[in-house]
Ligand binder design. Sequence first.
Ligand code: NAP
Length: 289
Amino acid sequence: MILAQPMTPSLHVKGTTKLVGIFGDPVTYTLSPRMHNSVFSELHLDFVYVPFQVREKDLKKAVEAIRSLQMVGVNVTIPHKQTVIPHLDEISPLAQKIGAVNTIVHRNGRLMGHNTDAPGFLTSLREDGPFDPENKRAVLLGSGGTAHAISVALLDAGIQNLVILNRTLERAQELVRRLKKSYGSRDISAESLSVPVLKESLERADILLNATPTGIDSLTVPIPPHLFVFDAVYAKVTPLLTWAKQAGAVTLGGLGMLVHQGALSFSLWTGLEPPVQLMKKSLEANHVE
Ligand SMILES: NC(=O)c1ccc[n+]([C@@H]2O[C@H](COP(=O)([O-])OP(=O)(O)OC[C@H]3O[C@@H](n4cnc5c(N)ncnc54)[C@H](OP(=O)(O)O)[C@@H]3O)[C@@H](O)[C@H]2O)c1
């Protein structure tokens, strides 16, 4: 007989246990349940974090269930970060500016949408990098939910110049139009992601940020050694980071962003100071490669 092995330190679900979780599709590979449940267990908090696979057609019903099941809140991930907005009662000013919600808080029947990706990213960049974006020039790959959050975080932190490169040019142009509404006078531009454009942009940049699942491993572009390279993908090693390190660049992966966005969500749900070191430890124990 095979003995069942506990995935996290002992977690006791009782009649009083408060429910949080994540809505996404897929949710199979999310690391958030491990991170939050480890911390709830270590701190003896009567909470449990459950992943829910929510199809696009079921999103409205799933959001209603936050109320009917009296959940404390949820994280929201691909593909619901933008489409969830019309189903909520209130949106924080930051989530509104970004146009994406990754954390919902339920209080007294009202659902409030927040975005913790942007401040989580910035804290990781400044503390784990460390890299201060003020007055720097950035090249950002991608135009999805993560790129929206990262671009707002960079502009709020005083980035001097932002070039957004995306496979689908229209999505990058749409993101720039959106950003211009809040940061009209800033130097923000959109281009199609291609080898020549990337090569030229990197020569003038201080930081390259990847907010696509693939990075630029299919594009053979030399990475200038003076560059700081951030990859939002939350594996310890990615093809982009390996390549950038080999070129002599300083690099940062997405695990710190995951921890810091999770820490802010934890605080919103529990009202407690986030145990950042414990959260980091829970992911290190997971040996994310
Ligand atoms: N570290 C963290 O805490 C954290 C948090 C959130 C997300 N992430 C990671 O960030 C990444 C992006 O997430 P997201 O929510 O922004 O996803 P998304 O909304 O689906 O956007 C994906 C972006 O990547 C581009 N893309 C997808 N496949 C591509 C390919 N093969 N070649 C070139 N570009 C491609 C898309 O371009 P098109 O517009 O052309 O389709 C789009 O700009 C994911 O890997 C996710 O795991 C990390």
